[in-house]
Design a protein. Structure first.
Length: 329
């Protein structure tokens, strides 16, 4: 990986998940020009996993003009990983890779520089360079979905910490007596406020208050066990008061958590993305209003809380951002 990137060429951003690989060609302004997806055989061994990645890249290489060859390839992969070496260590949802030198292998194939980072870190960088955090110096980013991933960017650079493991804000506990998170800790914000947690809370409320649950039960076709966080969002959008209470509780939990983040990092912007964030967007103003009551920072009210620019394509943009002009400085 000693090659220097072509300053004129486009970058391919790759987003690897447990079930799919998404890849796209991204220009210097952060615009995704074209993209494609392919299945990810997460359990079929390291070479099968690599083949899925190269198949996605190959489909894009043919669309790149010969006058502007690929500049570089940036890859978002699940952690744990080592961003310095590009080695994927032992991600739970990608059992095909254990201590797999992903960056080196991809670089050998395409003869261009390759970087690997986790999706939240890279998405935070994309938001800083091209998105909702553009112009800010101290950025905290969170994606709220099936889990809660976070990234920290200081002066245009991802904060990785000593070993590359920094930024696990989803596993900050706000209740040591709370439910056990899959990570093993009690009361992590992820186990309290991510999509599955909203669904669990909703199912409990439906069982306890069947007379108030008509909207959610209708969406779930009468099956309490089928209630999902997406259904809560739909019911809230239709004016359902029980759904509003469930999302209000979620917003309250996130306010406590963000108060801790503000006191720890003193960011100049909070950027939140993901499907749960979109549902909670109507609560952002109240979160900002209540945030100072959960901070010792006397200027917490000055910090903007904004919805992320990139949605489902955050991983593609994030991968490309690893080779942006700002990130390369």
């Amino acid at each position: 990986m000693t090659q220097r990137p072509d300053p004129e060429g486009p970058v391919i951003g790759v987003d690897i998940g447990g079930t799919k690989v998404a890849a796209g060609i991204v220009d210097a302004t952060g615009k995704i020009l074209t993209q494609m997806r392919t299945p990810m055989p997460a359990n079929d061994g390291p070479e099968a996993g690599l083949k899925a990645v190269t198949s996605a890249i190959d489909a894009l290489v043919g669309k790149v003009s010969g006058k502007a060859p690929i500049k570089a390839i940036g890859i978002c992969a699940p952690g744990p990983l080592d961003p310095k070496t590009g080695v994927v260590l032992n991600p739970p949802n990608l059992p095909c890779w254990r201590n797999f030198p992903l960056a080196a292998r991809v670089s050998e194939i395409y003869r261009v520089p390759v970087k690997v980072d986790n999706d939240a870190n890279a998405a935070a960088l994309a938001e800083t360079i091209w998105g909702a955090a553009r112009g800010y110096h101290y950025v905290f980013y969170a994606t709220l979905g099936t889990g809660i991933g976070t990234g920290i960017v200081f002066d245009g650079r991802i904060y990785h910490g000593r070993t590359g493991a920094a930024g696990e804000g989803g596993h900050v506990s706000i209740d040591y007596r709370g439910p056990v998170c899959p990570c093993g800790k009690h009361g992590c914000i992820e186990v309290l406020a991510a999509g599955p947690a909203i669904a669990v809370r909703a199912r409990g409320r439906v069982e306890a208050n069947p007379e108030r649950s008509a909207a959610l039960l209708a969406l779930a076709q009468g099956k309490v066990e089928s209630v999902t966080s997406e259904m809560v969002g739909k019911a809230y959008g239709a004016g359902d008061t029980l759904a509003q209470e469930i999302l209000q509780e979620t917003a309250d939990l996130l306010t406590i958590w963000l108060g801790n983040i503000v006191d720890l990092l003193d960011p100049d912007v909070l950027v939140v993305g993901g499907g749960v964030a979109a549902m909670l967007n109507p609560f952002f103003e109240e979160i900002k209003r209540l945030l100072p009551s959960w901070c010792v920072n006397p200027r917490a009210s000055e910090i903007p809380l904004v919805l992320a620019h990139y949605g489902a394509d955050a991983g593609i943009a994030g991968g490309a951002a690893l080779f942006s002009e700002l990130a390369e400085k």
